[in-house]
Write a protein that binds this ligand. Structure first.
Ligand code: SF4
Ligand code: SF4
Length: 164
């Protein structure tokens, strides 16, 4: 049976609800199950998915978009599995991140990680080790995984100009 949706009154919540993925803000009843089951919340005191959703519901737009908190969600979707209202905090935070990026708020750690992936092809610099090369050779796979610099250059200029 589909759950009844509510209509948040803050303009920020309505903005989130109007973007695909953000509709679930209308399902949240602030029960807190997501916070109780979130593995990030279990180790980071300031991170509570319910509280972050509450800030959206009451319209704290600037505070939410400029905060690192929406970026701490590791998108494991445990909260989504547990939410009795069928809401997906992950999808809501994904929309928050989209808006934050559009307005130029990206935590430095994410900028650095994106840059590293684009330039090196791996999350960790020089992660493609001799060990992997040997493994590939043993499996008769091509060991030459040179990064496509032309592709990276085009990708960076099309999507990341002025962002990272
Ligand atoms: S578990 Fe669902 S309804 Fe409860 S606070 Fe989290 S998102 Fe909202
Ligand atoms: S998806 Fe994000 S908010 Fe949900 S349980 Fe995982 S880390 Fe927590």
């Amino acid at each position: 049976m589909s759950k009844e949706l509510h209509s948040p009154t803050s303009s920020f919540a309505m903005e989130i609800a109007s973007i695909p993925g953000g509709e679930d803000i209308r399902k949240c009843i602030q029960c807190g199950i997501c916070s109780a089951t979130c593995s990030v919340a279990s180790v980071v005191d300031k991170y509570r998915p319910r509280k972050l959703i509450q800030k959206i519901l009451i319209g704290e737009r600037n505070e939410v978009l400029k905060d690192d908190l929406p970026w701490l969600c590791m998108m494991c979707r445990t909260c989504e599995d547990r939410c009795q209202e069928g809401a997906s905090p992950v999808d809501i935070f994904h929309v928050v991140r989209q808006l934050a990026v559009k307005e130029g708020y990206i935590p430095d750690a994410f900028k650095q990680a994106t840059k590293t992936v684009l330039l090196d092809g791996w999350m960790l610099e020089d992660a493609y080790s001799d060990f992997i090369e040997e493994d590939r050779e043993n499996l008769n796979l091509d060991t030459n995984l040179e990064w496509n610099e032309e592709f990276t250059r085009r990708l960076m200029s099309k999507y990341f100009k002025g962002v990272i």
